[in-house]
Ligand binder design. Structure first.
Ligand code: ZN
Length: 444
């Protein structure tokens, strides 16, 4: 079955930044057969895009889906105060709540044009099972790709860590459960819809031994590896006191840095840290809205890109970025880069690249992130005939600079996930109602 999506402005996000102003995209099953302009190839079905903009599906590289249950809390708190207030609330999570939260977060992301989501789940209250499985079920039902993670915390407050003792686990359980989930859920090869990553939470909530053993496990199983790093100045002071090293020095000592690793935030990297990230291939999940919300600062992403550091974007959890909208995060990345470095610090197309190619690269997915023959058919269609883009002669700059927008159509593996601005496989109102019922259980 072939489908030709014709009469659109196709922004491929390939290496050359190719765009076809009046172009077409030929999809064969779940993959892209060809992209071009001019005379149209034959296809079983032809869809007229009426001048809409087509981009690759956006890729979210840092999230905590469960946090949709606890939005707008700790409103003036910095990271550590925010965490201390919320850890006890999050201790109430179970599979039912996680499922409702994941449905909500994934639906929001899909409606913002996001086709692939990494979720960093690290709260596993003792005795609660099925949390990661609940996320996976939600992703499969909605039709988006999910890279889930079996995160962890094992450094409780009584050992000098930040989380309460009741929320930390022992190392052997963490590693055994990670292996179980990988065996049950992780798919390999092009087009994989569900994958697993290994993702201990942070230097201030995980012991040195679990950090080391997590990296060894990820490398033995061929999985990507992730953690939070250098989010705030307080974290740096904490690491210096506890480990006698900055967060990046600490990670380097543990043998973490590498092309299979990406770290969330990295707001506070020195020039030497940046060079080490570039040389080792270590990536950064830039989460500008969350960093602004918690007053953590603004990551020097222009410097990272100039140094050759790999960068993708993340909305981060909805307790520190109440809006799970990845196109809006593309705009935020542009705005904060310009706030730091002036009007030429980042173009709209560079920002879009971070939200597509950049993110796919961090997740180790060379089959996603651009619209090229041989890649999977994951793309977003953005209408250009509404109020917000009137007068915009350049739809790529127009869509980024005027974000957020609800995507008109989101296609994953050749199949519609969103059509006409609505979820195809689920009802938005029903998701919201189910979520409200679960969220009430977490209310003060
Ligand atoms: Zn996070």
């Amino acid at each position: 079955m072939t489908t030709l999506y014709a009469n659109g402005w196709i922004a491929t996000c390939d290496d050359e930044g190719t765009e076809h102003e009046s172009g077409w995209l030929l999809v064969d099953g779940g993959g892209i057969a060809s992209v071009g302009a001019g005379s149209e190839p034959a296809a079983d079905e032809r869809v007229d895009l009426a001048g809409a903009l087509v981009t690759p599906g956006l890729v979210n590289t840092h999230h905590h889906l469960y946090q949709t249950l606890t939005r707008a809390r700790a409103q003036q708190a910095d990271l550590f105060s925010w965490l201390r207030e919320l850890y006890p609330v999050w201790a109430g999570i179970d599979a039912e709540a996680e499922y409702a939260a994941a449905r909500t977060g994934l639906a929001e992301l899909a409606l913002s044009g996001c086709s692939t989501v990494f979720d960093h789940h690290y709260v596993f209250p003792r005795g609660r099972t099925g949390l990661v499985e609940a996320e996976v079920q939600a992703a499969r039902e909605l039709g988006v790709r999910l890279v889930a993670s079996r995160g962890s915390m094992d450094l409780g407050a009584s050992d000098g860590g930040l989380p309460p003792d009741e929320l930390v686990e022992d190392i052997d359980s963490v590693l055994a459960d990670t292996q179980r989930l990988v065996a049950e859920l992780h798919e390999t090869g092009p087009g994989a819809r569900v994958q697993m990553a290994v993702a201990p939470c942070s230097p201030f909530s995980v012991t040195k031994r679990l950090m080391t053993e997590s990296a060894a496990l990820a490398r033995r199983l061929g999985l990507v590896l992730h953690t939070h790093l250098a989010e705030t100045a307080e974290e740096e002071a904490y690491c210096l006191e506890l480990y006698g090293a900055t967060p990046v020095e600490y990670l380097t000592d543990l043998g973490w840095l590498g092309g299979d690793v990406w770290c969330a935030h990295c707001v506070h990297l020195s020039a030497d840290d940046t060079a080490d990230f570039a040389a080792s291939g270590t990536g950064v999940a830039h989460c500008p809205t969350s960093n602004l919300r918690l007053g953590a600062g603004v990551a020097p992403v222009r410097d990272y890109l100039d140094a050759g550091v790999r960068v993708g974007l993340g909305v981060d959890g909805s307790a520190s970025n109440e809006r799970g909208d990845l196109l809006f995060e593309v705009k935020q990345a542009l705005l904060v880069a310009r706030g730091r470095g002036g009007a030429s610090a980042m173009t709209a197309r560079e920002a879009l690249q971070l939200g597509t190619r950049g993110g796919a690269g961090l997740l180790g997915r060379d089959d996603l992130g651009s619209l090229e023959p041989g890649k999977r058919a994951d793309f977003a269609v953005w209408r250009t005939d509404g109020l917000e883009l009137g007068g915009a002669i350049d739809p790529v700059a127009g869509i980024v600079l005027s974000a957020p927008h609800r995507v008109d159509r989101l296609v994953v593996e050749g199949e519609d996930v969103v059509r006409g601005g609505a979820l195809v496989r689920a009802d938005e109102g029903e998701i919201a109602r189910g979520h409200r019922a679960q969220a009430r259980r977490f209310a003060p």
